[in-house]
Write a protein that binds this ligand. Structure first.
Ligand code: ZN
Length: 261
């Protein structure tokens, strides 16, 4: 990933995404207005932070990103596998729709999602000129939401999985993410014996590698151009929010993507 500093904010981009065709940014928590555990660029509106600070942070992010705040399309991320197409920006008075994947071919739309340990999956089809974001926590990963995003692109935009670029953004790594035994059982049910590769046992504790599970799912769906950020949120709370490391009281960082006109 490439790090950028702009207007006091710091964000990363994937090297494989062509900067002349698509704008994207994985924004760190640095440079925003929020205080305490939400410090500083928190974009989560339902995590206990001051609403006026969250709104300022959103506006600051869009200013840094160089696109109008009014171009924003975001959703209520619910750990499911509903995919939506954003034909237009979300009107400010319209409620968030529940979904965990958003896609657009409209350059007037900026897609935005929020994260703190869950896996950000960033999609670009350079042939059909479509972008997307998918949110994959353990529940989404179990439901193979990464492949749901690929299916959406195939069905609605006639994408060929071979063409797709997918970036795996900062999220909790397989060394840090301890899970319960029943999570392992659910993965065995969904993935069969292949699920064994996603888990490791250390001193009686079980750990899940969400990066590996999502990479496996993307491969199965025919995607091979995958860029892995290898940035662990739990190990880098100086730059990212980590729900697990910060014991549930923390903010959400923003991931944005938009097509160049
Ligand atoms: Zn880690």
């Amino acid at each position: 990933m490439i790090a950028h500093n702009n207007n006091g904010l710091r964000y990363y981009t994937f090297e494989s995404f062509p900067a002349n065709r698509v704008d994207h940014g994985l924004y760190t928590r640095l440079g925003g207005k929020s205080q305490g555990p939400y410090q500083a660029l928190n974009l989560g509106g339902t995590v206990g932070d001051r609403p006026e600070d969250v709104l300022t942070n959103h506006q600051q992010l869009f200013e840094s990103f160089g696109r109008p705040f009014e171009s924003r399309f975001d959703v209520w991320q619910v750990h499911g596998k509903t995919m939506l197409i954003a034909h237009q920006p979300r009107p400010r008075n319209q409620k968030h729709q529940p979904a965990d994947g958003i896609f657009t071919d409209n350059p007037e739309v900026t897609l935005l999602m929020r994260f703190a340990d869950c896996v950000p999956l960033v999609y670009y089809d350079p042939q059909k000129h479509v972008v997307g974001l998918v949110h994959a926590g353990w529940q989404g990963t179990l439901q193979q939401v990464a492949a749901e995003g690929v299916r959406m692109l195939q069905e609605k935009f006639d994408s060929d999985p071979e063409d797709l670029l997918v970036g795996i953004g900062p999220s909790i790594c397989g060394h840090c993410y301890e899970v319960r035994e029943d999570v392992y059982k659910q993965f065995l049910n969904a993935f069969g014996a292949d699920a064994d590769a996603f888990f490791t046992k250390r001193e009686g504790h079980l750990y899940l590698d969400l990066w590996l599970a999502n990479t496996y799912t993307l491969h199965q769906a025919g995607v091979h151009n995958i860029e892995q950020s290898n940035l662990c949120t739990a190990e880098h709370v100086d730059e990212w929010y980590s729900y697990r490391k910060e014991k549930g009281i923390t903010g959400r960082f923003g991931v944005v993507i938009a097509l160049k006109p």
